[in-house]
Design a protein around this ligand. Structure first.
Ligand SMILES: [Zn+2]
Length: 270
């Protein structure tokens, strides 16, 4: 697909120190040319029209931004643009909605070609809910999406660190925070009351979104689902030092979206 330098050549000293050896073991070297070695890699061109909300400006980064981490490692030359990545997601979702899913890039050849590395074109942070499987609802294949999931699509430090890794070393330029209708985690936060064990941590993380929509008309759970996705997208955009710097430099776009369990449609939130 896209030529890329080995990740080891783009490490910043700090990240070397804190040990991304785990990730290197996980992903291996980036493939020099996936297209040359796979017969099923071609992706249909992005649709000419992307959702209107796609033009929504990214959430503003903090004024005082440490730009020391914005190095050649996050240069966009080796990745597709954020609008093109979003177009791929939307066109795949349209195939899924209409029942015309192509299940692309899931062949034995694709698996073999990816064995040496990966170059996902988008990062998806979504709920762990079993209805919301990104590769299925966006009709994508192996190696296309870097997916992070937990109940409520929350961005804790582990999630932020994972996104930072992909932005810095795999050069993905799009993050989508994907909430979904009828989210049980958000419903629990709206319901209030006592919850056991570690579930409390999840509910407490969602409560600010619930409070933000307390006075809004409409269905409270769905309002909170939308608010939470937008808040997490803003949190990612403002995360220092790596992600906020990448956003400010124009190398990263973060969008929030909502998936409808009934229709299968993903809508970008304004
Ligand atoms: Zn959910």
């Amino acid at each position: 697909m896209l030529t890329s330098r080995p990740p080891c050549l783009s490490f910043s000293p700090l990240l070397q120190v804190v040990g991304y050896a785990f990730f290197l073991c996980l992903v291996g070297p980036v493939i020099a040319s996936e297209r040359a070695s796979t017969g099923d890699h071609a992706e249909p061109a992005a649709p000419a029209a992307v959702p209107a909300a796609e033009s929504k400006p990214a959430a503003p980064a903090d004024a005082a931004v440490d730009t020391t981490h914005v190095s050649a490692a996050v240069a966009p030359v080796e990745s597709i643009s954020a609008p093109e990545a979003l177009g791929r997601l939307i066109s795949g979702n349209q195939r899924f909605i209409s029942g015309d899913a192509e299940h692309p890039r899931q062949s034995k050849a694709r698996r073999g070609a990816l064995a040496g590395g990966q170059h996902p074109f988008a990062i998806i942070l979504t709920c762990a809910d079993s209805h919301v499987s990104p590769e299925i609802i966006f009709d994508q294949g192996l190696g296309d999406l870097f997916v992070l999931r937990n109940a409520g699509n929350l961005a804790d430090d582990h999630v932020l660190g994972s996104i930072e890794y992909v932005v810095e070393h795999l050069h993905a330029g799009l993050v989508m925070v994907l909430g979904h209708s009828k989210c049980g985690a958000v419903s629990a936060a709206v319901s209030g009351g006592k919850v056991p064990g570690h579930i409390l941590i999840i509910v407490e993380d969602i409560e600010p979104a619930v409070e933000a929509v307390a006075d809004k008309p409409g269905e409270m759970v769905d309002n909170a689902i939308r608010a939470k996705a937008l808040l997490v997208a803003r949190q990612i955009s403002r995360s220092k030092p790596i992600l906020s710097s990448a956003v400010e430099a124009g190398h990263l776009k973060v969008v929030a979206a909502r998936y409808d369990l009934s229709t299968g449609q993903v809508v970008i939130l304004p």
